[in-house]
Design a protein around this ligand. Structure first.
Ligand code: IMP
Ligand code: MG
Length: 191
C-alpha cells in the first residue's frame, strides 16, 4: 500500500502546479451576467454563435445555456502561423462554418484574445460573407500583448494579466482544457 492516502494525492484538478485564478462559481456568475446582457440585446434577431475551436467549446457550451433566445451555433477551426512563439497573423481555415451567415446576427465566441492577430484575420474573413452584424465575445481578454489594438471586443468574461492561463477550454500543449476553473501554471516547464 502507498504511504499516501488517495485523499491527499494530487489529481489533475488539484495539481499543485496550478494556481486558481477564477473558480467555477465565479465563472458561472460572470457568464450568467453575459447571458442576460446578450438576451436583452438580441431580442427578435437571427442569432448565430460561432465558436472558434477548440478553446471556446467550454465557454460556448455554458454561454448558450444562459441566452434565453432562439439561436443556432456553428464552429470554425483555424490555425494561426507562428514565427517562433509570435503569431504572424496568417490564418488557415481548417474547418469552415457548416451554414452560410448571410443576413444573420453573428457573435464570434473565443476563449482568449491575446495579440488579437488570429481573431482580426478571422473577422476579416467573416465580414465578407454578408452577415447583418458581427460581434465578438471572449471569455478572457489579455490586453497587454495586444498587437491589433483596434480590435473591438463586445462581450468579455474577465480581463486577465499577461500570464499563461489554462483550464475552462484553454490548454497547454493540449492538456488542461477540462479543468472547471482558470489557473496560472506556476512552472510551465513542468506543465
Ligand atoms: P492571438 O490573439 O492571435 O495571439 O491568439 C489567441 C490564441 O492563442 C487563443 O485563442 C489561444 O488559443 C492562444 N492563447 C493565448 N494566450 C493563451 C493562454 O494564456 N493560455 C492558453 N492559450 C492561449
Ligand atoms: Mg483559440
Amino acid at each position: 500500500m502507498s504511504a499516501e492516502s488517495p485523499k491527499t494525492q494530487a489529481t489533475e484538478f488539484t495539481n499543485p502546479n496550478l494556481e486558481v485564478l477564477y473558480t467555477e462559481q465565479q465563472i458561472q456568475e460572470r457568464i450568467a451576467e453575459l447571458g442576460r446582457q446578450i438576451t436583452d440585446e438580441y431580442q427578435d434577431r437571427d442569432l448565430v454563435l460561432v465558436g472558434v475551436l477548440k478553446g471556446s467549446c467550454v465557454f460556448l457550451a455554458d454561454l448558450m445555456r444562459v441566452i434565453d433566445l432562439q439561436l443556432t451555433i456553428d464552429f470554425m477551426s483555424v490555425s494561426s502561423y507562428k514565427d517562433g512563439t509570435v503569431s504572424t497573423g496568417d490564418v488557415e481555415i481548417l474547418k469552415d462554418l457548416s451554414n452560410p451567415i448571410r443576413g444573420k446576427e453573428v457573435i464570434v465566441v473565443e476563449d482568449i484574445v491575446d495579440t488579437g492577430l488570429t481573431l482580426s484575420r478571422l473577422l476579416e474573413i467573416l465580414s465578407s460573407r454578408g452577415a447583418r452584424s458581427i460581434k465578438l465575445a471572449t471569455f478572457l481578454d489579455k490586453p497587454e500583448p495586444r498587437i491589433k489594438t483596434e480590435l473591438r471586443i463586445d462581450y468579455t468574461g474577465f480581463v486577465v494579466p499577461n500570464k499563461f492561463l489554462v483550464g475552462y477550454g484553454l490548454d497547454a500543449a493540449g492538456r488542461y482544457r477540462n479543468l472547471p476553473f482558470i489557473a496560472v501554471v506556476r512552472d510551465p516547464s513542468d506543465a
